[in-house]
Design a protein around this ligand. Structure first.
Ligand code: ADP
Ligand code: MG
Length: 337
């Protein structure tokens, strides 16, 4: 929520009422400015809800008596392949490719562990070592099998579970952007739970949007820095948004598939800037698992993807392409590179 406020505050030019709605387990907001009509907003909400309908693994938790395509794949793990819609296949294929590129830091079969930790439940608790050890063999993206011709998905071992929570919001963002292009919308801001897309030119004199990056250490503390850009996804993963505390220790919702524990990371948040929101979403989750050194090194090897890493020591690191572009707003933080 805070990002959207700081974002809209910084962007400072609202002509029509933007639409805010709840989907994909988070608060989503979209603003089409002068092109915003109820009809367009309704279609966008429908599009995003459709992503949730196809890809959620939370129907049971949410008391819904339906089954998504991903839940069906999970139910058939170790048993049979499932033919899915083009969209679900595209997201799972992207997730698979990201897992490969990040050597499993992005782990789309994290489901058994994310369900075990259940960080966002009302009474989360740290699982026992034994419980974690039991789940680890069921988590491995290499046992995810895709057939591009028939668009089918197969989890080769039983009890495996896909969890697309680290990529689906990015996909919903890209899907919305495609719709805006089709409609010829001039400018828009999208924020799906911290997955931001600044679309089109803000105005003739100042085409760039001023996007605030939230303070990950004091989440109510406004923006740490600003970056001015257009036609880019700005996607953040942090250890501050969804977590619980037990015996003074914090446990967040991004899990290292290799250890089964929440990722022991030296960064508080990672923000990815890219044209492609689906990829950026997966990269932000993966870089959080990788940590600062590995994460930056990894992003430097990619073209057209940039990253901003904020540490608990209030230091900000960035890939070379963004070096000159960050505007520090909170002087208790320091830009290192
Ligand atoms: P958020 O959902 O808060 O925006 P992310 O995009 O980083 O943050 O996604 C976190 C979600 O991704 C978790 O809630 C879980 O569903 C899933 N997840 C957790 N660990 C991993 C991982 N190592 N790889 C891929 N997805 C993960
Ligand atoms: Mg993500």
């Amino acid at each position: 929520m805070i990002i959207i406020f700081s974002l809209f505050y910084l962007s400072c030019e609202q002509k029509n009422t933007p639409r805010t709605f709840f989907s994909l387990g988070t608060v989503c907001a979209v603003n089409l400015f002068e092109d915003g009509t109820n009809e367009k907003y309704d279609i966008i909400v429908e599009y995003v809800n459709d992503v949730e309908k196809k890809m959620t693994i939370n129907n049971e938790t949410n008391g819904k008596n339906e089954i998504s395509e991903v839940e069906l794949i999970n139910a058939k793990s170790g048993e049979s392949r499932v033919v899915v819609s083009d969209e679900t296949f595209y997201v799972i294929k992207s997730a698979y490719e990201m897992a490969k590129k990040t050597d499993g830091a992005f782990e789309p079969t994290i489901g058994p562990l994310s369900k075990l930790w259940n960080v966002t439940s009302e009474l989360p608790k740290v699982p026992s070592q034994d419980e974690i050890a039991k789940m680890l063999p069921h988590v491995n993206w290499q046992n995810l099998q895709l057939d591009v011709d028939e668009k089918s998905v197969f989890l080769k071992k039983e009890k495996m579970m896909l969890d697309l929570g680290g990529i689906a919001k990015g996909f919903a963002t890209d899907k919305t952007v495609a719709l805006l292009k089709k409609w010829g919308v001039k400018k828009a801001l999208i924020d799906y739970g911290g997955n931001i897309y600044a679309y089109g030119s803000k105005d003739k004199e100042n085409p760039l949007w001023k996007i605030g990056i939230k303070n990950p250490l004091e989440p109510d503390g406004g923006a740490v820095l600003r970056i001015d850009l257009k036609d880019k996804a700005v996607i953040t993963s942090g250890i501050y948004e969804r977590f619980f505390e037990e015996e003074g220790e914090k446990f967040h919702h991004i899990i290292d598939g290799k250890t089964g524990y929440c990722a022991k990371t030296d960064v508080a948040s990672v923000t990815i800037v890219s044209d492609n929101a689906t990829e950026a979403d997966a990269y932000s989750t993966a870089c959080l698992v990788m940590g600062l050194e590995k994460g930056i090194h990894f992003l430097e090897s990619k073209t057209s993807v940039e990253g901003i890493f904020i540490t608990e020591q209030r230091k900000i690191f960035t890939t070379k392409g963004l070096k000159e572009k960050l505007i520090l707003l909170n002087k208790s933080f320091e830009i290192i590179q």
